[in-house]
Design a protein around this ligand. Structure first.
Ligand SMILES: C[S@@+](CC[C@H](N)C(=O)[O-])C[C@H]1O[C@@H](n2cnc3c(N)ncnc32)[C@H](O)[C@@H]1O
Length: 314
C-alpha cells in the first residue's frame, strides 16, 4: 500500500466514526507517525507504506476512536502561530483563546506606545551589531509592561505574549503542578524560560508584585454541564481546567475581587468567558469597579468571549 492509500483509508475510518475533520486528522496522524511535516508527506505520497507502519497507524486510529484527543496522541497543538507541547493533565489550547492574546497586545500598543517605538528602533540597532553614541540612544524607558497569566495550563497564552513582547515581565500561574511542568517544557521550546516565571498557587496569590495586565482563561463551565461535554473533553481533559463551580463563575468572580490588589493603576483584566456569560459578568463587574471601563470583546461570529476591565489611572 502507498502512503496515499493509507491516508485515504485512515480518513475513511475516522469519518465512519463521526470524527470531524477526518481528512485533516488522518494527515496529522501520518505526519506524526512518519516524523515528517505536511510538505514532506505530500512529496512522499507515492512511497510504500510499510507493514509495521500500517500496524502503528492502526494503533493510533484505535486511540482516536476511543475519543483520545488528537493533540494528546500527536503531542502538540498550534496556538497563535506557534507549536506547543501538550499531554494529558493539561488543557489543549483552543483557537478561541487567541482573542485574549489579541486584546492584550492591543492594550500594550495603546498604553505603552513610547516603549514599543523604542524597542523596535533599539532592536534594529542591536541586530546591526553597532553601538550608537549615547546621545543617539532612545531615552531610558523606566516602564515595560508586566503581565500575569492566571491558570496558564500549557503556557500557550503567556508564551505567545512573551514572544511578541520581548521586554515584558511575564508571570504565569497555575494550581496544577502537572500543567506547570508542561508549561516549563514549552517555555524552553520557545526560548523564553528566563522571561516567563512559572508560579504555583491559587489565582493571584503567587504574584510577587502588581502587574499591568491580568489575563486569564479560567474554568467557566458549570459543574453540572461537565457530564454533557463531548467524550474527548469529559474523559481526557483535566476537570480542574474546566469546572467553574455551580454557576461556572466561581473562579472568575474571585479573580475580579482580588484583582485591585495586584493591578497597577490603569491596568487591565482580560478574562475569557462562555458566550452566554457576558451580560451577568458585565453587570457584576460594574458593581465591583464603578469607575472602570468595562466592555466585552467579541469573536468573529459576534459572540462575547472576553470580559475587559480597565482600571482608571488614579
Ligand atoms: C481553561 S484552562 C486554561 C489553560 C490555558 N490558559 C489555556 O488557555 O489553554 C484553566 C487553567 O486554570 C487552572 N486553574 C484552575 N483553578 C485555578 C486556580 N484557582 N488558580 C490558578 N489556576 C487555576 C487549571 O489548572 C488550568 O490549567
Amino acid at each position: 500500500m502507498s502512503i496515499k492509500q493509507a491516508r485515504h483509508q485512515a480518513s475513511r475510518t475516522l469519518a465512519a466514526h463521526a470524527i470531524e475533520d477526518a481528512p485533516l486528522e488522518a494527515e496529522l496522524l501520518l505526519m506524526h507517525l512518519l516524523g515528517i511535516d505536511r510538505a514532506h508527506l505530500y512529496v512522499r505520497l507515492e512511497d510504500e507504506f510499510l507493514p509495521h507502519e500500517e500496524q502503528a497507524l492502526d494503533q493510533l486510529i484505535d486511540r482516536r476512536l476511543s475519543h483520545e484527543p488528537l493533540a494528546y496522541i500527536i503531542g502538540h497543538r498550534e496556538f497563535f502561530g506557534q507549536d506547543f507541547y501538550v499531554a494529558p493533565g493539561v488543557l489543549i489550547p483552543r483557537a478561541e483563546s487567541e482573542l485574549l492574546v489579541e486584546e492584550a497586545l492591543d492594550y500594550v500598543e495603546s498604553h505603552f506606545p513610547d516603549k514599543t517605538h523604542r524597542s523596535k528602533r533599539d532592536e534594529k540597532v542591536e541586530k546591526s551589531g553597532k553601538e550608537l553614541p549615547t546621545e543617539h540612544k532612545s531615552p531610558a524607558v523606566e516602564k515595560y509592561e508586566k503581565i500575569a497569566e492566571i491558570g496558564t495550563g500549557s503556557g500557550a497564552i503567556a508564551i505567545s505574549l512573551a514572544l511578541r513582547l520581548p521586554r515584558a515581565t511575564v508571570y504565569a500561574t497555575d494550581v496544577s503542578p502537572r500543567a506547570l511542568e508542561i508549561a516549563r517544557v514549552n517555555c524552553e521550546k520557545h526560548g523564553v524560560q528566563d522571561r516567563v516565571q512559572l508560579l504555583e498557587g491559587d489565582l493571584l496569590t503567587p504574584l510577587p508584585e502588581p502587574v499591568d495586565i491580568i489575563i486569564a482563561n479560567l474554568p467557566y463551565i458549570r459543574d453540572e454541564e461537565i457530564a454533557e461535554l463531548s467524550a474527548e473533553i469529559r474523559m481526557y481533559e483535566p476537570v480542574v481546567a474546566l469546572a467553574g463551580g455551580r454557576d461556572g463563575l466561581h473562579r472568575i468572580r474571585q479573580l475580579l475581587v482580588d484583582a485591585p490588589q495586584k493591578l497597577r493603576p490603569g491596568g487591565i483584566v482580560l478574562i475569557e468567558i462562555g458566550p452566554t456569560q457576558g451580560e451577568v459578568l458585565t453587570s457584576w463587574a460594574r458593581g465591583l469597579f464603578p469607575a472602570a471601563r468595562i466592555a466585552l470583546a467579541h469573536d468573529l461570529s459576534g459572540r462575547a468571549r472576553v470580559l475587559r476591565v480597565v482600571l482608571t489611572r488614579h
